[in-house]
Ligand binder design. Structure first.
Ligand code: ADE
Length: 429
């Protein structure tokens, strides 16, 4: 395959500068890169990665390379690929990159297959030893294409999104999962930093870049009140929006009520909302019925990993005309009665398509935890049992400690007397 098909050449210098700039805000991965250079936890191992090709991802990839890994990188969404970053990694870092912005669906999966090389055509004669995924497409492709020997070779995998972890749990439940995986999206630190604060900022960033809307005074409907939905709702409220939550889970709905949000069924929210943001991880959230009753000018954005939350086909079927790119990443759908609905980022994940995803500080922690997890998987004497495992809690704490140290934040520690008090059940001991 020609390089021009895999990456856009000629952009490496630009990408290099952007990677260095992101790295300045990623102290955990910088420290891990330096540690890995000495410890070489991935010496002789191949890591297949399917990630958004951003500057932050490049900093992770460089840390893995410092640890001795051969890295093959495919994009986890063709619309989020930053071609300059792909070019920089392919040119200067010895990474096999299969990513180009805007490629079609077939090429996207072809790139993933190439990153896996499951047919044994790769230079090193086989598939990966470790995998790292964002959304589950790499792991599901690997399980679909690979021979048993290739699956047996995999020491383990790491998945960074809630959507991907749900897919892996379904694979484990029906007996398909063939190697151990770690759910990196599901640690206290990632829930707090990545889902909550990262999403809170980057989704609003994507919404504002693509629509230019003033949020103050607007009615913003957030569908889904998980960790991501909470962050989006709080950010929109902080910018002066009147926020309505829709939710199917009673505990989350109660949480929203107690935080002072109005909770409504989506059918009731549809005619009053001015901005709609889906963050459920599920499919068919905003359907044709909702679209049919929305106000003129309503804006639609999706924050979920896959483009299945807003029924874009139903929107196209309702429309008499579509004006593309009324702003970058915003298409206006004109309905027969003269109303117009604005769809952002084609209904794909808006923070990565219309903006640059989470800020580097956030990805530093998320990817730092994944790098430490991969190193743990690589160093394990025996492969873990085949299942979806949580991130070992000491890794979460170590990542948080390293970032606090880099920030110069000091904390207290328990005294020996406090330790023994907390370890005992006897009163007054
Ligand atoms: N997921 C969310 N934000 C990201 C970023 N900046 N880079 C890679 N993956 C991401």
């Amino acid at each position: 395959m020609k390089d021009a098909y895999r990456v856009v050449p000629g952009l490496a210098e630009l990408g290099d500068g952007r990677i260095s700039y992101a790295e300045r805000s990623m102290p955990l991965l910088s420290a891990l890169g330096a540690r890995f250079l000495v410890e070489r936890p991935f010496e002789g191992l191949t890591i297949a990665a399917c990630l958004h090709v951003t500057a932050e991802t490049a900093v992770l990839v460089r840390a893995l390379r410092s640890g001795g890994a051969l890295v093959r990188l495919a994009a986890s969404n063709p619309l989020s690929t930053q071609d300059d970053i792909a070019a920089a990694l392919a040119a200067g870092d010895g990474v096999e990159v299969f990513a180009k912005a805007g490629v079609d669906r077939d090429t996207y999966y072809e790139h993933i297959a190439l990153a896996l090389a499951p047919d044994g055509t790769a230079a090193d004669g086989g598939g990966p030893d470790l995998v790292i995924d964002d959304g589950g497409d790499l792991m599901s492709t690997l399980h679909t294409l690979a021979r048993p020997a290739v699956l047996e070779r995999v020491l383990g995998g790491c998945e960074g999104t809630t959507t991907g972890v749900l897919r892996l749990r379904r694979m484990a439940a029906d007996g398909t999962l063939a190697f151990p995986v770690i759910a990196a999206s599901d640690t206290p630190v990632t829930r707090l930093v990545d889902n909550r604060h990262g999403t809170a900022q980057s989704v609003i960033d994507g919404l504002l870049r693509a629509s230019g809307v003033l949020l103050a005074g607007k009615t913003v409907v957030v569908a889904g009140f998980g960790a991501c939905g909470v962050g989006i709702a709080e950010s929109a409220r902080a910018l002066g929006a009147r926020v309505v939550i829709t939710e199917v889970d009673p505990v989350r709905a109660l949480d929203a009520v107690l935080r002072g949000f109005l909770v409504l069924p989506l059918a009731d929210a549809a005619p009053i909302g001015e901005v709609f943001i889906t963050a459920t991880g599920s499919a068919d959230v905003i359907t044709g019925e909702h679209l049919a009753v929305m106000r003129d000018g309503a804006i639609l954005a999706n924050a979920g990993h896959f483009d299945v939350e807003i029924d874009v086909r139903a929107l196209a079927a309702l429309a008499v005309a579509v004006q593309s790119d009324v702003r970058p990443h915003a298409d206006a759908y004109e309905l027969p009665d003269g109303r117009c609905l604005l769809l952002l980022a084609e209904g794909r994940v808006v923070n990565l398509v219309a903006a640059n995803g989470h800020p580097p500080e956030v990805m530093d922690l998320a990817f730092g935890i994944e790098a430490l997890t991969l190193a743990r998987l690589a160093g394990q004497a025996d492969r873990l049992p085949v299942a979806v495992h949580p991130v070992p809690s000491d890794i979460d704490a170590e990542a948080a400690r390293m970032v606090l140290a880099a920030l110069g934040t000091r904390t207290d520690s328990l005294t020996p007397a406090q330790r023994s008090y907390l370890a005992s059940w006897r009163l007054g001991s």
